[in-house]
Design a binder for this molecule. Structure first.
Ligand code: TYM
Length: 329
């Protein structure tokens, strides 16, 4: 059975990008593979942490994983900071990660631009921590969205470097995975780029219907097509992409036809899209609420996940220490 690892940072509620880019695939993979899904709370510390928010965010994401259909009896669901093996492997991998390659990472360069007053070493070595998360369980598949592609490339490079350095085929080289399809990039509602937590363009799974309606109705559009089969501007493409992901194929085809025939009314299309998002998120929202208030259940899930994940990670650390030459007296 192949091993699968993936994680989501604990920086706030999950949005449609997280769900369609990653979480929905976790749910689909959990019965076919040996799956390790976690909440990346260490990774969330790279951007101005707030102790009060951190625990609440972990609880929220944990509840969202469960509400979306992760079965803690099938997959191993755990919290990153519950595994001391991860920071140990991170430290060891850091010895073979070069500052130059880390500085060239797109996500690092973006952070240097967006938070110039807090360019910390955790940001620089973010891909190394991610590699440790993945290879600590010997994963071969990593279900992620398009934005994580470069991080996976670096994970493969660190795994390969370790193997070459110690002349052992120890770590597999994990691949990003989306059932043989291109990795997904769910667009935001602001006309360009991807949906993201910090971009202010996201629809969250926990958003109330009226909030969803308001956000969708405000999505950027244009004056409308004037020629048959006119090429779409990016904001319009983005609304169509969202509709393709969320709505029925017939609905998508109907609006595409309306666009191509210059009959499209963006207001109607947005109403339809908002309604489809609400239909999908409404049952989830209720489940998230009830799960997040069930402390004994969450405690049980976290303990079970921690025990299973640690058993797998502890074996890796034992092997790695031996390979490197760290021996007990
Ligand atoms: P994070 O928390 O930003 O996002 C979690 C997952 O959601 C996907 N995603 C998207 N997919 C498509 N369209 C979007 N607009 C969109 N926005 C987010 C992300 O690609 C990701 O799969 N570094 C990771 C967390 C992490 C991790 C790992 C993932 C830490 N260690 C090990 C996999 C394996 C992150 O920041 O994801």
């Amino acid at each position: 059975m192949e091993k699968v690892v993936s994680g989501i940072r604990s920086t706030g509620n999950l949005h449609l990008g997280n769900y369609y880019g990653a979480l929905s695939n976790f749910v689909k993979m959990q019965h076919e593979h040996e799956c390790y899904f976690f909440i990346a709370d260490y990774h969330s510390l790279t951007t101005y942490p707030n102790p009060e928010d951190l625990h609440g965010n972990v609880r929220q994401i944990l509840s969202e994983y469960l509400a979306a259909g992760i079965d803690p009896d099938a997959a191993t669901l755990y919290i990153q900071s519950d595994l001391p093996e991860i920071p140990e492997l991170y430290l060891l991998l850091n010895m073979n990660a070069y500052v130059g390659e880390l500085e060239r990472t797109t996500s690092f360069k973006e952070k240097v631009r967006s938070q110039p007053n807090n360019v910390n070493a955790g940001l620089l070595t973010y891909p190394v921590l991610m590699a440790a998360d993945i290879i600590v369980h010997h994963a071969s598949k990593v279900p992620v969205g398009k934005d994580q592609e470069q991080h996976l490339e670096m994970t493969r490079r660190f795994a390969r470097r370790f193997n070459n350095m110690y002349q052992q085929e120890y770590f597999p080289e994990p691949e990003p995975y989306n059932f043989g399809q291109e990795l997904l990039k769910v667009p935001g509602l602001d006309g360009s780029g991807k949906m993201g937590k910090t971009e202010g363009n996201a629809i969250f799974l926990a958003d109330e219907p009226k909030v969803i309606r308001k956000k969708v109705m405000k999505a950027v559009t244009d004056a409308g097509p004037t020629e048959y089969n006119q090429e779409m501007a990016e904001p319009i493409q983005n609304i169509f992409t969202l509709m393709k992901i969320v709505s029925h194929a017939e609905t998508y085809d109907y609006y595409l036809d309306q666009y191509n025939n210059c009959k499209i009314r963006y207001g109607d299309m947005k109403k339809q899209l908002a309604g489809d998002i609400i239909d999908f998120t409404e049952p989830l929202r209720e489940k998230i609420k009830s799960i997040s208030s069930d402390d004994p259940y969450l405690k049980k899930v976290v303990k079970k996940g921690r025990d299973k994940a640690r058993a797998s990670a502890a074996q890796t650390i034992k092997d790695v220490r031996r390979i490197i030459g760290i021996e007990a007296f």
